[in-house]
Design a protein around this ligand. Sequence first.
Ligand SMILES: CC(C)(COP(=O)(O)OP(=O)(O)OC[C@H]1O[C@@H](n2cnc3c(N)ncnc32)[C@H](O)[C@@H]1OP(=O)(O)O)[C@@H](O)C(=O)NCCC(=O)NCCSC(=O)CCS(=O)O
Length: 375
Amino acid sequence: MLLSPDQEMIRDAVRAFAREQLWPHAARWDREHTFPHEAHRGLAALGCYGVCVPTEYGGAGLDYLSLAVVLEEIAAGDGGTSTAISVNNCPVCAILLRYGSEAQKQRWLVPLAQGQMLGAFCLTEPHVGSDAAALRTTARREGDTYVLDGVKQFITSGKNGQVAIVIAVTDKAAGKRGMSAFIVPTDTPGYIVARLEDKVGQHSSDTAQIRLENCRIPVENRIGEEGEGYKIALSALEGGRIGIAAQSIGMARSALEVAIDYAKQRESFGKPIWEHQAVGFRLADAAAKLEAARQLTWHAAALRDAGRPCLKEAAMAKLIASETAEGVCSVAIQTLGGYGYVSDFPVERIWRDVRVCQIYEGTSDVQKILIQRAL
Ligand SMILES: CC(C)(COP(=O)(O)OP(=O)(O)OC[C@H]1O[C@@H](n2cnc3c(N)ncnc32)[C@H](O)[C@@H]1OP(=O)(O)O)[C@@H](O)C(=O)NCCC(=O)NCCSC(=O)CCS(=O)O
């Protein structure tokens, strides 16, 4: 698949930003667990917060292929930053765009797409991950308000975000049709950041456990009708998975570039290790697999842009890209030998950052469920 001249221009602009403003700082953000506010402001100014949101709602008015390109470039600069931006785009902005009322779009989508706010998505719970229909968090209607109670787990930007979309049970007896989606500003009393997870990687983005304790929000913050929450969540995850696939590719691409540079400089047995077939073939293999994953991802994005079903293709893209990316990072480490395993070089960090792409927004096994169903 080819990018259009406009998509190439967008790629080049975000790539330049990522090379100058993300990549040089990523190791320090990782070490110091820093959320890079300044870099986020720069990415927001570039239109990265609401890539597929129409311009009348504050977005860049582009398509999913452009979003995939943007996320690959951000991830090539810093994995954790790409995750926060990915979640903000999809599921968060995507849900408000597709299911939000006009008033909700004006109140929440516009600032989220412009980057004045950062969004979080609260589906997963401590005891409920893949089986997303088994949620326990409840939303009880009381007059003109809903009162939310429960615990949400592994929430990207749960602390640094200003608004969260929360999926909660409104009618237990109705099962999958008994869940609803709500907009919860994170400064609402009862929205409690219970803890920040101590993660293997992606230290530049916060992952929080959120306790909702008597958290009262107005009825107008419900998205869509009561009972539509599960469908809203699953439909948004479809697009989100294209984003995670693209991120995986971006992170792995950077690791591969480091490995190629190293292999061309490092000498053993009288010549650069690049000239040893064992090393060169390993890197060639990694580059080929990465390009295949990119093409699968772009294909899923193009289907979505064409308004065609892409549930299976999005699942395939996430499965293949995230698993390929870990393999490519491992090859990069192998190429650097001992130096690949220490923090003097970036490949161990990228390997840590990319590992979670096989887990969040649906594990590899969940992607296989979706693919198998479509066969
Ligand atoms: C494992 C699952 C795939 C199982 O799904 P189900 O079998 O329970 O769901 P269905 O019965 O197929 O669908 C229910 C309902 O939704 C509609 N639906 C489903 N997919 C779509 C779609 N892509 N677009 C539109 N609508 C859709 C479907 O038609 C049904 O509607 P009706 O009832 O017929 O009207 C599923 O549970 C699953 O995906 N599990 C994984 C959950 C997951 O990814 N969790 C991670 C969450 S985010 C996270 O990790 C935190 C990181 S971050 O901060 O984002």
